[in-house]
Design a protein around this ligand. Sequence first.
Ligand SMILES: Cc1ncc(COP(=O)(O)O)c(C=O)c1O
Length: 420
Amino acid sequence: METALLPRNPMVGTAPGHDHIEWESASGVHVHTVDGRDLVDFTSGVFVTNTGHCHPHVVEAVQAQAAQLLNCYDAPTPGRTEVAERLVKLAGPPFDAISLMTTGAEAIDIAVKAARAYTGRYETLSFANAFHGKTLATLSLSGLPGTRRGVGPVMPGSIVGFYPTCYTCPLKLTYPDCAIACFDATEEIFKANTTGSLAAIVVEAYLGAGGAYVAPPEFWPKVRAFADAQGAVLILDEIQTGFGRTGTMFAFEQFGIVPDILVIAKGMASGLPMSAVISRHEILESLAPGILASTYGGNPLCCAACLATLDVIEDEHLPERTMILGKRALDRMRGWAGQIEGIGDVRGIGLAFGIELVKADGSPDPERALRLLYAAEREGVVTLPPAGASSNVVRLAPPLVISEADLDAGLDALERALRS
Ligand SMILES: Cc1ncc(COP(=O)(O)O)c(C=O)c1O
């Protein structure tokens, strides 16, 4: 019998455009590749190392904890309690309860379960091209078509409306004249599909994997009001936007609304797998005791990394720096849009950006996006794999500790790549 040849690298799953750089180590905002190159990091892993790669304070805390206690299931530890207290305080009132987990998708899953238990209902309203994770439950909420292909059916009661993706408006309208008509359309879609059992609205604080879309400010009061009118729980996915990424600790601080459940992960522990659901006791305690515990959730090592991360964010004033540096970078990149062919739109919030690449007729140009990613790397900067429904948006997310000089060096490299 013939034996099938093993592929050269047995590992599967790497995103297109992210399979060609072999990382050996990284420090601060610099990636060192196995072939000896030093690249400026415009990815933060994937919105994770907000404090920079291997920040000495984080490394020291993790090393010390590794020698002390690695697992105790869900028993309290001083670190776990301190994480809980600090995060609830940072989120502010009316939040008073938290549960610690391991991945973003797991935390979204728990948030939806809590909303179901609290309301006694089961439907969710989420948004087209949103991304909330890759488990079966979370991809039921994710409107990004590519994540669902071949794995249906999704969870019953998953209703999907429109996020305000103004550059590619689903209604072909123009902001602000549209008065966010996409939200009215979402309400109509909801009315047409609901069985009267809405448990939760699940929404990203900015549409990350869907193409780095920042919602106009009017969107947020409408979402909040709709959740209230329906008696539904508002779940805000800040997995990508938390921990200073948008210029405030959490993005919702800029929205003028407060969600009922705040879901966080990524930047939380500078690279160790950690996530959390922050809410009110009455909501989280709708789930039976024990349901919120997991093998690794809030383990001592992750808690040590999280506490050190919070120290760095506070001591180095990362949200404030992010606000200033983000605006500077966005202004510069927006200047390219008029000068360099094929840039349809440049958008962002804090230090999270998307460059939308289009053909002469305005249609998406995913090939150019992939070429840009390779060219950028040759010029010395690592970007994220192309995102968006058409894979034509190159996303950038430098660590928040980036210096002005490194930010400029990364942008210079990107500009050379765009012009090449
Ligand atoms: C907004 C958002 N939600 C959820 C997730 C899922 O997180 P995880 O990959 O940790 O499951 C991600 C990951 O990229 C994300 O960006």
